[in-house]
Design a protein around this ligand. Structure first.
Ligand code: HSE
Length: 439
């Protein structure tokens, strides 16, 4: 086999990890493909940071380790992409914008294999990039885009390719899981926990995507394509983040033997699918309730193979880089394989309002005798069966309590709330919050 030459565009947390692993493992990786996997060049605007952090030789950088202007970097990128000597490009620049999309398409059109960790790009603009890879018969590796080091992409694409996936549920964002774990187990407040997640390097540069469910949503969009053959975008999914989780929610979760987790969930029912990202109260006997810190986990239920759980590091420099390197080795080994074939399905989405789940509903009300009775009566009037009612938290000017239900729809819950407001306009101090319970 001839040499297999790789370049890296963008040498930050993940790109730097890839460069380090390729240098350290050069011999052993090459022996796995019976050839030579060479890291030829790296393009980065500010190599000094990567040189210091990852101990990468300055000569590997275009410009010899000096800072580059955007124009200089673009010139180097153009030359490298067009060079016959280059086989594969690692895109670790990040961002989902015209520049990165065009770059990814150019790489494929130049018949270079492309490996990326860029979930936002694939989720928001993936169609054109998958098409470019397919048309040019090059590999598009994106194992690192979903759950860092966990081999979920290959597991779905290859190991379960003889089966039919019925449902997926998982913890796909390490930052939010870390924050919730610190709030629940260490009594930290939200901001303290977020700061620690950032210090540990697994939060996104803009952590709002971690917290508002956007990062997990990007990953779910990619998994929906892989597992169910559905082309979708985030705005078609119901996505709620963890911003509104309070100390009381955490206490109510404990009362019903649950932990709160940001869950990605997709379930196929006949020719329809329900897909959501939202905080859920996960029963403590469900495996996902014990997945703590920045760890990710995905539970896949297959028609024939049954239930499987993949667990591991969902973020981190070397962890994510290891998935990229695996894609590089795979491309070097099987570059004749067209990697971009997916099922095609047109499943209708089930409106979140109409999907039945058990819920816990939190009410913040004026504190008078008979309030719980009024609230439970309206819930009963909508034919919602109540499972448990929590202890009331009595504050000087209000009370907070929660009601856990058996499976019902959000529509039924909304109707019950409307009835409460109509009958007693001053009873509710805030719009009640409904969080699904996952058994
Ligand atoms: N910021 C992401 C997380 C890591 O916290 O899981 C990369 O997707």
């Amino acid at each position: 086999m001839k040499d297999f030459n790789v370049i890296i565009l963008g040498c930050g947390t993940v790109g730097g990890g890839v460069a380090r692993i390729l240098c350290d493992m050069q011999e052993v990786l090459s022996s796995r493909v019976s050839g030579h996997i060479n890291l030829k060049k790296i393009v980065d605007l500010d190599p000094k940071t990567a040189i210091d952090r990852f101990g990468i030789a300055p000569e590997l950088f275009c410009g010899g380790g000096r800072s580059l202007t955007k124009d200089q970097a673009d010139k180097y990128i153009k030359e490298l992409i067009e060079s016959d000597d280059i086989d594969l490009v690692v895109e670790t620049i990040g961002g989902s914008n015209d520049y990165v999309e065009e770059l990814a398409i150019r790489i494929c059109n130049a018949k270079k294999h492309l490996v990326t960790a860029n979930k936002a790009l694939l989720a928001e603009r993936g169609k054109s990039i998958f098409e470019a890879a397919k048309n040019n018969n090059v590999t598009l590796g994106f194992e690192a885009a979903v759950c860092g080091a966990i081999p979920i992409i290959k597991t779905i694409k290859e190991s379960f390719t003889g089966d039919s996936i019925i449902s997926l549920s998982g913890i796909l964002n390490g930052t939010s899981n870390y924050i919730l774990t610190m709030m629940q187990d260490e009594g930290m407040d939200f901001h303290e926990a977020l700061k620690l997640a950032q210090d540990n390097g697994f939060a996104e540069a803009d952590p709002s995507l971690d917290i508002n469910g956007g990062d997990a949503g990007h990953k779910l969009v990619i998994l929906l394509k892989l597992a169910f053959g559905i082309e979708t975008t985030m705005d078609q999914l119901s996505i709620t983040g963890i911003e509104k989780i309070t100390k009381e929610d955490i206490e109510f979760a404990e009362e019903i033997n649950c932990k709160i987790k940001l869950i990605c969930y997709a379930k196929k029912i006949d020719s329809r699918i329900y897909a959501t990202v939202c905080p859920m109260m996960v029963k403590k006997n469900n495996f996902l309730s014990g997945v703590n810190g920045a760890t990710n986990a995905v539970r896949v239920v297959n028609k024939y193979a049954g239930k499987h759980i993949l667990l591991g590091a969902g973020a981190g420099s070397y962890e994510t880089a290891s998935s990229i390197v695996a894609d590089i080795v795979f491309a070097a080994k099987y570059s004749h394989v067209n990697q971009s074939v997916f099922d095609k399905n047109t499943l209708d989405f089930i409106d979140a309002k109409h999907f039945e789940l058990p819920y816990i509903i939190t009410f913040e009300t004026i504190d008078r005798p008979g309030i719980t009775g009024l609230v439970t009566t309206s819930i009963g009037n909508q034919n919602i069966n109540i499972d448990t009612v929590s202890h009331n938290r009595h504050m000087p000017d209000r009370a907070i309590f929660s009601i856990a239900t058996v499976p019902c729809t959000l529509l039924q819950i909304e109707k019950a709330i409307d009835e409460i407001i109509k009958g007693n306009p001053s009873l509710l101090l805030h719009t009640p919050k409904a969080i699904p319970i996952l058994y």
